[in-house]
Design a protein around this ligand. Sequence first.
Ligand SMILES: [Cu+2]
Length: 156
Amino acid sequence: MKTLPTLASALILSTGIATAHDYTVGDLEIMHPMAFETPKMAKAGAGFLTITNNGDTDDVLLEVRADFPKVEVHTTEETDGVAKMMHVENLPIAAGETVELAPGSYHVMFMGLEAPFEDGLEIPATLVFEKAGEVEITFNVEARPEGGESMDHSNH
Ligand SMILES: [Cu+2]
């Protein structure tokens, strides 16, 4: 019978490619900011991360800054089977809650790319929260999983 690796050994094993990386600012924990590689001609790419508010006060993600002409938080809404993206000005991170920015839902949209995102690229960014303040993070670009959901933002 195979035993599952303990958490500690799993963490050691994960150092290398696609390392999970975390950041903390105030009561907020920011987990594994990443982006998928983009098609060659893509003019935009999407970033994903998870934010947990361990505090007793609600917070709000006000802004994401990165070195691109435009960076916005988007949400994806499906109307009549057509997925549409909408700009979210303020993303609430309620006390005790975890907000996931994931494919098909919220995401950070990097717009006006001059070069595609390639596997292994690191994208520095700053998250600006109403209460917790600013935190510098890095989005790690990862290869698209085989048969994964397409997140082509090229016509965005
Ligand atoms: Cu978008």
